[in-house]
Design a protein around this ligand. Sequence first.
Ligand SMILES: *Cc1c(COP(=O)(O)O)cnc(C)c1O
Length: 377
Amino acid sequence: MGLQPKITSSKIDHELKKWAQKGVEGHFNEDPWVSHHHKGKTAMSHLVGAKTHEVVAMNNLTTNLHLLLASFYQPKRTRKKVIIEKGAFPSDYFAVTSHMKQKGISPEDHLIEISPDENGYFSTEKICHSILTTGDALALVMLPGIQYYSGQFLDLKSITHAAHKVGAYAGFDLAHAVGNIPMTLHEDQVDFAAWCSYKYLNSGPGNVSGVFIHEKHGNNPDFPRLAGWWGQNETIRFKMENDFDPIPGIDGWMLSNANIISSVAHLASLDIFEKANIHELRKKSILLTRYLEYLLVNNEAIKPHINILTPKNESERGCQLSLYFYDQGRLAFDHLTKNGVVLDWREPNVIRVAPVPLYNSFEEVEKFVILLGQVFD
Ligand SMILES: *Cc1c(COP(=O)(O)O)cnc(C)c1O
């Protein structure tokens, strides 16, 4: 989980005061709540490489995956299959399989889970091969941008192109990619994506999710969707009539008015990313993670005990390294945690370490490796 920006609490406080002083008028006064969802669009579009009308912040990640599946999983008589990765984040697996079941399609027969190699690596060739051989039976590919367990960044463009070749859609869960690595969703022709804002984006626990739908679908008012009043044409929304005239672009998928109190924390974080610039952050990130990898693989005490699961190729990873421990993994985790390093433990024996360019330093990377070395002295 990303750290709290210094400005966050005063931004929240400002909205609390506005609510106390203006009540419902806060919706329409200066800096109105009704148009709140427009505010983060520029920054979000830069993070994922999209047009502003292709991105919006709303709901939470799993909810958005459901909304996207409702739109993009439209199985036909012969086109029902879905490709995900084996070992997918459970929420993504549940979302996909529940849509299949709800439509009377058995996941046993129609869900294809691509297996990684023994190091957890998914080869692009293997993914594309599976897409192409599934052919017209394939409805949808839904994969991570960065796989949460191994830290591998998938080749979004090649996967999307392969899916389109067989007439299927390609969508991505960018929970571990957004704010970590720059992307080019629009240019890559990705159909849809969603992410949360509390991992590399520092928006606070459980805060709002970001969504992308390519304009080629988003601008089609007839594209299937689960609709709500906030997606209604803004000039007639408050007439409260029942003819649905969706706002062009992703905004036509909005259901509800924004949760202002928590969304301003999202904006606080987006402002920082906008100032820092994701491409500049990426330059530092490559060096920071390269330094971490260098220190680990050249440390005689540590070397025999770990295997780095994350790809060595820097274009196939963000800042995270996943360290598989042959032994004493739990001991190492406890020692590091006790000494103030915030890490993540994954069964059976993996520590995920993510030096983030926004606030981690090269010195901290060094300290981490020294502390880890103490475990094996
Ligand atoms: C973090 C994460 C989630 C969490 O979903 P929420 O709806 O925000 O609780 C889902 N999928 C992936 C891949 C994640 O990394």
